[in-house]
Design a protein. Structure first.
Length: 583
């Protein structure tokens, strides 16, 4: 009996000792995982201080805002006099927007509050991270650049705005030199200016700006924006909760001629960024599946991609992802590269309905890229797309891209070994995972593509020097024939036509249809990949299966139309010639 009691006593002492040691071991474990614990504490703190919907006005809502009068105030269009129209046309040519109109509008003008009414009633944490707003510009107009800066200064809580960082991509206009340096002195150090020593393009200049920034969060804006009421806290709150979230404001439109400020989206409707297989940016209305994940209609929601110009991220997180791929040239594709990288490597993207930013959509790009455009042979944007696709897509999805953009197979995208190594080091998920779990709604509008049966020029047998040509026209438009470019195409897509296994005949995102007037170039029907066309390899005729007629060339007019099929008529015979561009 005594032995049993002794054993029980010893067992009790062992258990008691263990209970004392376990907390000590746990403390040692926490210390050895300091970085993880630091982030966990950051997250748990935010559970207590997450945004709260309240009955009164939110804690950062402006109050007693004075009404303003003058040209363009309230975001209304400003119409110039007749005698100013010639100057306005010159400014449109030089800047891609009506700078005569812009210069008559205050750089601190008022604009309409385009938010959902519910947005006015959010309380946000009082200790949100400090932000560097980065504005990259090249030969930007004076008043549009300064209106961007003033709107940020005027409508941002100063405690969260570390700086506005202007990054000049080697501008050569006089007003952007000493005059700009003198002007920003009035902001007492809140606005900084750094300059590239040579032209680098938007992508690399943004990465440079991120490295130069001093804020915890970097927030990129284009140089012709106007931020709306209480725009900043809603963008910062999700990043405060989780540093791996990119946040994106809802973009309003500013007319490039009159500078009228107006919403792009219908009231109450939410959209998210997707893409089609040629890597053009698209949007889809938010599905019920995603909408139901939120308690309130004004809350942020997940999006597969973003348009590229306006977004916020934790600075250290952006740099840990390698910033932008330095092999991407000038602009184009960087929004997809960053979107795929974020999602596949553990982060996420949220669109924020309560943050609205107006953006001037220019009529055209008013400058060229000089030596930057000479570094690669072929269309730069397609080369960028190829780098992104070859880095982040799985083989199956790469084929969708090359089906949609066959020319890309011949383009030199440069070395992507560093990008693939980064992907491996970050243990990133597959693109199939991304499509299944994040971007599943891409298929709603852009189904998987069947392979191409033919691609290249469609040449006339009767007149061998002539080929189908869209002449660069926008859809809808009738097409005709023109002198064949052959292998000297140099990236001009107007003659590069594809016919897929389901009868779709197209170029880019446009397809060929036919009616009694002729052969038309139209936008491909969303959600479909099929078409009415059938090519006979023996007779070389191109049949429209619905009309049961063949494409014919009128020799006098060069007009294309449908005629009853005649397999021996050379004016109804066509050959596909796949090109081998010499890049």
């Amino acid at each position: 009996m005594r032995i049993v009691q002794l054993r029980k006593s010893r067992l009790f002492k062992l258990v008691a000792a263990a209970l004392c040691v376990i907390p000590l071991l746990y403390i040692l474990f926490l210390q050895s995982n300091h970085e993880n614990i630091k982030f966990s504490a950051f997250s748990s703190k935010n559970v207590k201080t997450k945004p709260q919907l309240v009955n009164e006005l939110g804690n950062f809502e402006p109050q007693n805002v004075a009404e303003r009068t003058g040209p363009g105030e309230g975001g209304k269009p400003h119409i110039l006099r007749d005698d100013q129209q010639n100057d306005a046309s010159q400014m449109l040519t030089e800047f891609g927007m009506n700078m005569v109109c812009s210069d008559e509008i205050s750089v601190s003008r008022s604009i309409p509050d385009t938010r959902i009414p519910e947005c006015k009633h959010w309380n946000y944490p009082e200790d949100l991270p400090k932000t560097s707003v980065i504005i990259v510009f090249h030969n930007e107009g004076w008043s549009t650049l300064l209106r961007t800066v003033h709107s940020v200064i005027n409508r941002s809580p100063p405690q969260f705005l570390k700086e506005v960082l202007l990054v000049d991509d080697f501008s050569n206009k006089e007003h952007l030199k000493g005059k700009l340096e003198q002007y920003i002195m009035r902001f007492d150090g809140k606005v900084r200016l750094v300059r590239n020593k040579e032209r680098e393009g938007l992508i690399r200049t943004r990465s440079y700006g991120a490295k130069e920034a001093r804020g915890d969060v970097i927030l990129f804006l284009d140089a012709h924006c106007e931020v709306n009421v209480n725009w900043l806290p809603p963008l910062l709150a999700p990043i405060y909760r989780d540093k791996t979230i990119m946040t994106v404001p809802v973009i309003d439109g500013i007319d490039f001629k009159t500078f009228e400020y107006r919403p792009v989206y219908q009231g109450g409707h939410h959209y998210r960024g997707i893409f089609e297989w040629g890597m053009l940016y698209k949007e889809n209305e938010l599905s019920q599946k995603e909408a139901k994940k939120r308690e309130h209609n004004s809350e942020p929601y997940k999006s597969p991609t973003h348009a590229g110009g306006l977004f916020a991220m934790n600075r250290d997180y952006f740099l840990s992802l390698g910033a932008y791929d330095p092999g991407l040239l000038v602009w184009g594709g960087e929004n997809f590269e960053l979107s795929f990288k974020i999602w596949q490597c553990g982060g996420s993207i949220e669109w924020v309905p309560c943050s609205r930013v107006g953006h001037v959509y220019r009529s055209f790009m008013p400058y060229n890229f000089g030596k930057l455009a000479q570094k690669k042979k072929g269309p730069l944007v397609t080369i960028n797309y190829k780098r992104v696709v070859e880095t982040w897509f799985d083989d199956k999805f790469k084929e969708y891209f090359y089906t949609r953009e066959p020319l890309a197979r011949y383009l030199d995208m440069g070395d992507i070994s560093d990008q693939l190594a980064l992907k491996e080091r970050l243990k990133c998920k597959s693109f199939e995972w991304f499509m299944d779990n994040v971007a599943y709604d891409v298929y709603d509008k852009f189904p998987a593509l069947p392979p191409n049966l033919h691609w290249g020029e469609i040449g006339s047998v009767a007149l061998p020097s002539l080929c189908w040509d869209t002449l660069g026209q926008d859809a809808p438009a009738f097409i005709s024939i023109y002198e064949c470019m052959g292998d000297n195409n140099n990236g001009d897509l107007s003659q590069l036509i594809r016919l897929n296994a389901k009868g779709q005949l197209g170029v880019g995102e446009r397809c060929f249809e036919a009616d009694t007037q002729g052969i038309k170039l139209v936008f491909c029907r969303l959600g479909t990949v099929d078409g009415p066309w059938e090519y006979d390899e023996i007779s070389h005729t191109l049949l429209h299966r619905i009309h049961k007629k063949c494409v014919a060339l009128h020799p006098q007019t060069s007009h294309l139309s449908l005629m009853p099929c005649d397999t021996v008529n050379t004016y109804q015979q066509w050959t596909f010639k796949e090109l081998q561009p010499k890049y």
